[in-house]
Design a protein around this ligand. Sequence first.
Ligand code: CTP
Length: 403
Amino acid sequence: MGMLHGRRVLLGVTGSVAAYKACDFVRRLQEAGCEVRVVMTAAACEFVAPLSFQALSGFPVRSAVFDAQAEAGMDHISLARWAEVIVIAPASANFIARLAHGLADDLLSTLCLARLVQTPLCVAPAMNHGMWLNAATQENVSTLRRRGVFVLGPGQGVQACGEVGEGRLLEIPVLLGALEQCVGPWPLRGRRVVLTAGPTREALDPVRYVGNRSSGRMGYALAQAAACRGAEVVLVSGPCALAVPYGVRHVAVESAAQMREAVLAEVGGCDVFIGAAAVADYRAAAVAAQKLKKGADDWCVSLVRNPDILAEVAALGVGRPFVVGFAAETGRLVELARDKLVRKGLDMIAANDVSEGQGFDVADNALSVLWGDGGVDLPRQSKEALAHALLDVIVARYLAKGC
Ligand code: CTP
């Protein structure tokens, strides 16, 4: 389960062209298991009709503080108490200014002011880049951050006005991931997690390579799950067609040699290392400088062993991180994984059976997690849910080791 599952989320929509994107956000929040109520500012109602949000959320949309019909059941205080998370998306420059100055001149600003201190308040700015970079907005945003408000984005790109710059609402899947990181608890706060993910590509010549079917989905989901627990996360990744989770530092590599170099540069001072990449065990003995031309009927490629990045990190000695590896097996799962755990000197290994359409390039997976004197089976589920379950096991073992 993700961090947002079962949460009561109050979505505030303010006056920005991006208000229409909030309709999709309602759906994505519901898919993540949230109960959603929407409050709109008057300006937001100029962009999108409240009825759209009412139909999507399944609840009446509120806008005014003095709403005779609604006041009887759920006034502004009880709505503020109902919310476990408040997210303003999109948050206009005007609304951010009102928030920074503690105004309570409409329902949404009043709710934000009345919320309990433990209720996370998240704002996802969306505005013209000039408005975003204006000193007034920047000072208002700094004020909010200082008060513990989570500022999610904005993103870069083409704006509604046709200009290009910083100020776009984060893409909805990224925003959802960013919000998931705001709800806590954060047992890895102040800790650094380095992960490897995806496949590696071992070049044969300038156009050909030896690769594998890893999608990177498990590694990327683990990076998000670690960020949700408050860690500073570095994701060293081979080529993947996936969005990098919000706030995660991405180091793009191609070959196993590049991955090793990047990991060794990042692993100093790291608390947890997770090797989720499908690192090629072999690379070409020689990479041709020019494109190889076909000729003979068969073609033999000479391969040599790649260094084992995971084993190298595990052998770092004093101050080394808590090291978690993966094992992909087609039989004798626990026996072979336990052997790998010992042979590579790991703290934990997550083994998966790749024999029945499981593991590689599929959405679901199951894992047998093993450590020195124990283990646990994590049943088949989406890789996102599995990543959260595995991170819970990692955190428990990491803290139990007194790290
Ligand atoms: N790994 C690594 N560097 C390599 C090879 C593997 O860091 N050169 C890591 C992977 O990221 C993974 C684990 O080691 O965490 C997998 O170990 P590996 O020995 O490759 O096991 P399998 O993939 O299961 O393959 P085999 O059965 O061939 O040993």
